[in-house]
Ligand binder design. Structure first.
Ligand code: KIV
Ligand code: ZN
Length: 551
């Protein structure tokens, strides 16, 4: 009988993080991994350890903290070479359940132009590397990259070879997002029919969204017999992204009678997972995005509202509560005490590391109570996100004031305090209030940056709603090294406040502080990776490879 459990393989921290501007710090990756565990994914692809010592260190730390006996399988990606496989294997060591995922192209276009090789040589390399990986680890996933544009006979030959060498999961990537649902399903059926030993393996989908068909293709794959889906929160990933986890999961959940399969995902954690990621990478979720978009459960038209008021089923195929959007909305306010607030944090899955950290969030909550009457889960989640985003401040924003209005040139004054306790006062005018504030801050920090993105969102409805501001900046100096180390030049910041201008200032300061901290952090990540067993000699990374990013 067909297995009715579809494994959810989350690759937000690997394929997702590979997307431009989605780079996360080690702490942020850990926080996402903890949330993925709460969400109930079966496998976390935690990174690509051979990419850099920092990536290795992040995978190692996730394996240590999240790879517990009752936690998910911790997987690491490796190209089909011994060095990558060794790095993946050493990085995931602390996890109880470990998986190595290795890949090699199977399409002629990749073999000829990228690898300048032959089918025979690629086949031999796949065979050899899966054999090597299997000598280390019992759980081996193999991906024939660009499978959807590969000759099917050769694809079957390569898969047959790796199954014989002990691969346990065969992942079938539509690397360039080229295929259609019918074709993808046909490919999975072809593999099931033509690869001896496939009955002992799990077939997995891995679909990119270049033509907007990643989710449809993944679901077609499941219909055809795939029992693992690779996907990312909010669908982030290379180019147009990967199949979106929340869409795949809710399609399987809502249309259970049609698909006849289930997942282990706690759907009520979907909204929180989406928001957490969005705040870390500074990329807001589009309002019309299925499942987690701000409008996904909003009924605007009179006819729809009328129907929903009479019976929700008239226009709702799933409820906001199921995806964690509403439900446990215990409203807190001015009179709520420390105990009620602590209980609320626990129910939201946030455990402050110590009393100091609790006290800081509590104080921010009390400040918010002075400005906003009713505080619900969404406000508190925004406060928590703000706290997660806080890095050790190189400059602390102590004061911001802006004068603006019709027929006035906006003028901002800021007061920043550095780590030695020195105060820096500055004023600037700008084309708008945000421009004025950012120019005043720039005149103190003196680090050339480019503002790439700026977005404001209202956390809840209501005139006294909290504003959340996300910004992304590019460090002009690090941008010169970005070709060699993609992503090192981009920094995100997040601010939350009832005053939009204060939130904007906080977001900018957050991004700048991350940037200023970054040089030291990278060197520390590298040092700890070496201390924990990363082998410098094999990659040639030097501990101080980022040390020349001078101010
Ligand atoms: O899209 C792709 O082919 C990949 C592989 C590494 C699995 O991400
Ligand atoms: Zn991919």
């Amino acid at each position: 009988m067909q297995d009715s459990h579809v494994r959810i393989f989350d690759t937000t921290l690997r394929d997702g993080e590979q997307a431009p501007g989605c780079t996360m710090s080690l702490e942020e990756k850990l926080e996402i991994a903890r949330q993925l565990q709460r969400l109930g994914v079966d496998i976390i692809e935690s990174g690509f350890p051979a990419a850099s010592p920092g990536d290795w260190a992040a995978v190692h730390q996730i394996a240590k903290e999240v790879g517990t006996a009752d936690g998910p399988v911790i997987c690491a990606l490796a190209r089909a070479n011994r060095d990558d496989i060794d790095k993946a294997w050493t990085a995931i060591q602390p996890a109880v359940k470990k998986r190595i995922h290795t890949f090699l192209s199977s399409s002629d276009i990749h073999i000829e132009y990228q690898f300048k090789s032959t089918r025979e040589k690629m086949l031999e390399r796949a065979r050899e590397m899966v054999r090597y990986a299997r000598s280390l680890c019992d759980d081996i996933e193999f991906s024939p990259m660009d499978a959807s544009r590969s000759d099917s006979a050769f694809l079957h030959q390569m898969l047959t070879a790796v199954v014989a060498e002990g691969a346990t999961t065969l992942n079938i990537p539509d690397t360039v997002g080229f295929t259609t649902p019918d074709e993808y399903a046909e490919m999975i059926r072809g593999i099931l029919a033509n690869v001896p030993g496939i009955e002992n393996c799990i077939i997995s989908t891995h679909c990119h969204d270049d033509l907007g068909m990643a989710v449809a293709n993944s679901l077609a794959g499941v219909r055809a017999g795939a029992r693992q889906v690779e996907c990312t929160i909010n669908g982030i990933g290379e180019r147009a992204g990967n199949a979106s986890l929340e869409e795949v999961v809710m399609a399987l959940h809502t249309r259970n009678a049609y698909y006849g399969v289930s997942t282990n995902v706690r759907t009520t954690e979907l909204t929180r997972s989406s928001r957490l990621l969005s705040s870390f990478i500074g990329i807001p979720v589009p309002p019309n995005k299925a499942i987690v978009g701000g409008n996904a459960f909003a009924h605007e038209s009179g006819i729809h509202q009328d129907g929903v008021l009479k019976n929700r089923m008239t226009y709702e195929i799933m409820s906001a509560e199921t995806v964690g959007l509403e439900g446990n909305m215990l409203v807190l306010g001015k009179h709520s005490g420390r105990h009620a607030f602590r209980m609320k944090l626990v129910s939201l899955g946030y455990e402050p590391e110590n009393e100091d950290e609790f006290q800081k969030v509590f104080e921010r909550f009390k400040e918010l109570c002075d400005r906003k009457k009713k505080i619900d889960d969404r406000d508190i989640e925004a406060l928590i996100t703000g706290e997660h985003q806080r890095v050790e401040e190189v400059y602390k924003l102590e004061h911001v004031q802006v004068i603006t209005g019709t027929s006035l040139t906006p003028v901002a004054t800021v007061r920043l305090v550095d780590q030695q306790g020195h105060q820096h006062l500055a004023a600037a005018h700008g084309t708008g209030p945000v421009d004025a504030i950012y120019k005043a801050i720039d005149s103190v920090v003196k680090r050339p940056v480019e503002l790439l993105e700026f977005s404001i969102n209202s956390v809840t409805e209501g005139i006294d709603a909290v504003a959340e501001v996300s910004v992304r900046i590019r460090d002009t100096i690090a941008a010169q090294q970005a070709a060699a180390h993609p992503g090192i030049d981009l920094f995100n910041g997040y601010g939350v406040h009832t005053d939009t201008m204060v939130a904007a200032a906080e977001a900018y300061m957050g991004a700048l502080n991350k940037l200023l901290q970054d040089r030291g952090r990278r060197i520390n990540d590298e040092k700890s990776a070496y201390a924990d067993g990363y082998d410098q000699a094999k990659t040639g990374y030097a501990v101080d490879s980022f040390a020349n990013t001078s101010k």
